[in-house]
Design a protein around this ligand. Structure first.
Ligand SMILES: Cc1ncc(COP(=O)(O)O)c(C=O)c1O
Length: 471
């Protein structure tokens, strides 16, 4: 008696990405009450700079208490219903978006549509651009939530643009054309390309070359480009972040037909670490898209008290400047901590410069170079090692053995423990020839670096300990 939508499984809830969360929820690690529980490393959450926001709230009790000049704003906010959003918030948000882009571009608040997070922004844009029988091209690996956000209710399809480790998962013209042809073979009408810049799960920002390629591609095919820039404020090292908006501006394309087919998605879930507040936005130069998306936004508005609070925080320019640079510094430090620990265990990852995660190459730990081998390793890591990480297959990666490992949703101590668990596991594993080779060359490199500590040389090549005795 239920609708097909309610009973179909295209939501993607049965993907290993969500199954890992369920495993974690049944047995969550807690240093005191459940020290042997699963550590959550599959959640792209930023908890590193909460103290900065808390301290702002502490010093601005009026804003946090919804009053101004000794007058309560309670009634005004409780009654506010305009789906265009609070003008003060939209102004503050576009300024913040410019600041993240080093003020190289500006955004017109009239082109902004507020949504309940980037989830709603992406779905709303899809409703504006595509429907059943249409396709959107997406570079792999991609954020597992896109299967739900872009396809489930809109009934549009995703066709993957296969990217490979051979060039660091970069987008190529060949891969774009191949995906376009594939969609046509499937009788789907291609409506656009969606990229995340910086990428989830890669943690890399798009190069100017890739952005140029994308602009030429959508221009020649007469299709749209959605640039999900939800991680734009997390870029912690070079190369920096180039927004698609900057590319359009430099090519003088903003108010052209091509410029109108480029749409940006943003949210404060990652840069400010506020996924619970549900603050997202669509930015588009196409008035028709802005108008349609604004009407649709009635289904997923941001509450007026949240808009008010954030308008106050984001208008404090001294605060936002300091927050952005301090948050980047903390992310960089955390990223280094994870990378160093992985390296000690002979595990490499993709060189990255942004995001809340690393894209880790565990091909050397697979029993076979297949997706079955990847699932086998993933289950061991979740249930035996006690770490919930996301397998590449849940991100539609076309090569087995890659995993997304999050580093910003836990304390340093928990990350340390997670790496100790991983280390014991790696020590306990029979090594493949490839891994022995990698460990040997790493050892050689380290010998050359005199300043490195002694422990680095104690890397084990044998299968000694059972691994998890001390867990
Ligand atoms: C690339 C990307 N887009 C969208 C989202 C959804 O974000 P929000 O919490 O703002 O809905 C996420 C969350 O992880 C994401 O990584």
């Amino acid at each position: 008696m239920l609708s097909t939508k309610a009973t179909c499984n295209s939501h993607g809830q049965d993907s290993s990405y969500f199954l890992g969360w369920q495993a974690y929820e049944k047995n969550p690690y807690d240093p005191i009450s459940n020290p042997k529980g699963i550590i959550q490393m599959g959640l792209a959450e930023n908890q590193l700079s909460f103290d900065l926001l808390e301290s702002w709230l502490w010093s601005n009790p009026d804003s946090a208490g919804f009053s101004a000049q000794n007058q309560s704003l309670f009634r005004e906010l409780a009654l506010f219903q305009d789906y265009h959003g609070l003008p003060a918030f939209k102004n503050a948000l576009v300024d913040f978006m410019s600041e993240i882009r080093d003020n190289k571009v500006t955004f017109d608040p009239n082109n902004l549509v507020l949504t309940a997070g980037a989830t709603s922004a992406n779905e709303t844009l899809m409703f504006c651009l595509a429907g059943p029988g249409d396709a959107i091209l997406l570079p792999t690996p991609y954020y597992p939530g896109f299967d739900r956000d872009l396809k489930w209710r809109t009934e549009a399809e995703i066709v993957p643009i296969h990217c490979s480790s051979s060039n660091g998962f970069r987008i190529t013209e060949w891969a774009l054309e191949e995906a376009y042809e594939q969609a046509q073979k499937l009788n789907l009408k291609v409506k656009g390309v969606l990229v995340t810049n910086p990428s989830n799960p890669l943690g890399t920002s798009l190069s100017l070359h890739e952005l140029d390629l994308l602009v030429s591609f959508i221009s020649s095919k007469n299709i749209h480009l959605i640039s999900d820039e939800i991680y734009s404020g997390t870029v912690f090292s070079s190369p920096g972040f180039i927004s698609i908006m900057e590319v359009l501006k430099n090519k003088d394309l903003i108010n052209t037909d091509v410029g109108k087919r480029v749409h940006i998605v943003y949210s404060l879930s990652k840069d400010l670490g506020l996924p619970g507040f549900r603050i997202g936005a669509i930015y588009s130069n196409d008035k028709v898209v802005v108008s349609a998306a604004t009407k649709m936004s009635s289904f997923g508005l941001i509450s007026s008290q949240t808009q008010y609070l954030l308008s106050q925080i984001l208008s404090d320019k001294k605060f936002t400047k300091n927050y952005l640079s301090e948050n980047r510094r903390r992310l960089k430090q955390r990223h280094e901590m994870l990378e160093n620990a992985l390296q000690k265990n002979g595990i490499k990852s993709l060189k990255s410069n942004a995001g809340l995660f690393s894209w880790v190459d565990m091909r050397g730990l697979l029993s076979s170079q297949t997706f079955e081998g990847e699932m086998e390793l993933w289950k061991k890591i979740v249930y035996e090692v006690g770490l919930n990480i996301s397998p590449g297959s849940s991100c539609h990666c076309s090569e087995p053995g890659w995993f997304r490992v999050c580093f910003a949703n836990m304390s340093k101590e928990t990350l340390d423990l997670a790496m100790q668990r991983l280390s014991l596991f790696v020590d306990s594993m029979p090594k493949t020839k490839d891994q022995i080779h990698r460990l040997k060359s790493l050892k050689k490199d380290l010998r050359k670096t005199k300043s490195l500590p002694k422990w680095v040389f104690t890397l084990s090549f044998t299968t000694t300990r059972s691994g998890m005795e001390s867990m």
